[in-house]
Design a binder for this molecule. Structure first.
Ligand code: EPU
Length: 365
């Protein structure tokens, strides 16, 4: 079914909760019939896709804009004889709901991604990640409708060309418009623990009253004996998120606003010497994490904090104090323009202190 509305405010359809006027909102629930029809009627031309609205910033009213919103939300689960489960979720399935369903079924894979706002369609475009897992680790295929070729196309995981918060869907030609219709994931019925993120293993050991033991090793056998399950990992992840991130029901945000910068080894050295020079010998060491291929990932939250941006505000927009990577609609009355001003102020301050240019993760419309 197709539903069309003119001059609509999308505020309630985004997690930021900022005013977001668009010329036309087109919702569809039956991709097989609806997308070819929308295509024939020219409604996919120069349109923008809006899923759960958790990673989008409408910077100004857009009276000429058409926004396409998938509303198809069925899930199927097929267990395979070799202990895997093929989970197929329509684009508008709520990611956290899917994490909950899979965890309740005892399926491993999605539990570390618990609590991330948004729909599975957007998550597959964005390659969302948290606590040592990226959605790409679980994707089997993504089915889209191509406006350019006027047909449905299934992309294998390799075709999706996943990277850090990146995929082929983020590099489309302007006339292409790939509308994600459904995402197929491969989950595991046998335990597959991902405890590498600092803090998650500790939280689980505490939960099961286990000795953390050798910090270099995870005592998985003991955790399994104690009854660790996808649901208990999910609960531990949620409590970690609650301690750092704003509650989506109370404070509007788009999660991490900036990406963690990835720099070349020589650049890293230059950044470290600049920081030491500026801040003196007693300064905390700059944290980084080496990636395969010799590049280093820096912590944007740390850079923003140490550059002194935490108190910055613009209109109703502010930084979340326990995780300054997140820009929040603190007053509930912020505008897209406030957020853009704050974004620019943070980028410029981090640039002047560290010589590093932050790039936003959030898509600007
Ligand atoms: N930190 C500070 N000051 C602060 C807060 C944090 O310096 O006030 C530093 C600390 O050193 C901390 C570090 O920031 O150890 C990293 O913080 P965190 O562990 O929260 O992880 P992150 O790299 O900042 C990423 C994702 C989050 C995800 C977390 C947990 C990106 C852009 N963000 O944040 O994803 O939840 O890891 O896995 O990669 C999202 O994308 O919306 C999102 C929230």
């Amino acid at each position: 079914m197709i539903r069309l509305r003119e001059n609509t405010d999308l505020r309630e359809m985004t997690t930021f909760g900022l005013p977001a006027m668009c010329g036309r909102l087109v919702e569809f629930s039956d991709p097989v019939n609806d997308l070819p029809e929308l295509d024939r009627r020219g409604l996919l031309d120069r349109a923008v896709l809006l899923g759960g609205g958790s990673n989008m910033l409408f910077t100004a009213p857009a009276p000429a804009l058409t926004v396409i919103h998938p509303a198809n939300d069925s899930i199927t689960v097929d267990k395979t004889p070799d202990g895997q489960a093929i989970v197929t979720a329509d684009a508008a399935v709520v990611l956290d709901g899917l994490c909950h369903t899979a965890s309740q079924l005892g399926l491993w894979g999605l539990e570390n991604l618990s609590g991330i706002p948004g729909h599975i369609g957007g998550a597959a475009v964005q390659n969302v990640g948290a606590y040592g897992v990226e959605l790409a680790d679980l994707v089997d295929s993504v089915t889209c409708y191509s406006r350019k070729n006027h047909r449905f196309v299934t992309y294998s995981k390799e075709d999706c060309q996943y990277g850090y918060r990146d995929s082929i869907f983020k590099h489309q030609e302007p006339d292409e418009l790939l509308v994600v219709c459904r995402v197929t994931l491969r989950l595991q019925a046998t335990p597959r623990l991902r405890l590498g993120y600092k803090g998650l293993y500790d939280t689980l050991c505490e939960r099961y009253s286990l000795d953390r033991g050798n910090p270099q090793q995870y005592n998985i056998t003991e955790l399994l004996k104690a009854g660790i399950s996808p649901l208990s990992v999910r609960e531990s992840v949620m409590s970690l998120r609650d301690s750092k991130l704003p509650a989506p029901s109370e404070t509007g945000s788009a999660g991490s606003f900036f990406k963690n910068p990835v720099v070349a080894a020589e650049t890293l050295e230059a950044i470290i010497s600049r920081w030491k020079e500026k801040s003196g010998p007693a300064a905390p060491p700059l944290p980084y994490h080496m990636l395969p291929g010799g590049t280093a990932k820096l912590s944007a939250a740390w850079l923003i904090d140490k550059a002194g941006c935490k108190p910055f505000t613009e209109g109703g927009a502010a930084l979340w104090q326990t995780q300054p990577l997140v820009i929040v609609n603190l007053s509930g009355e912020a505008t897209g323009a406030d957020v853009v001003r704050l974004e620019k102020a943070v980028i410029s301050q981090v640039e002047s202190v560290f010589g590093v240019t932050l790039t936003p993760e959030v898509i600007h419309i």
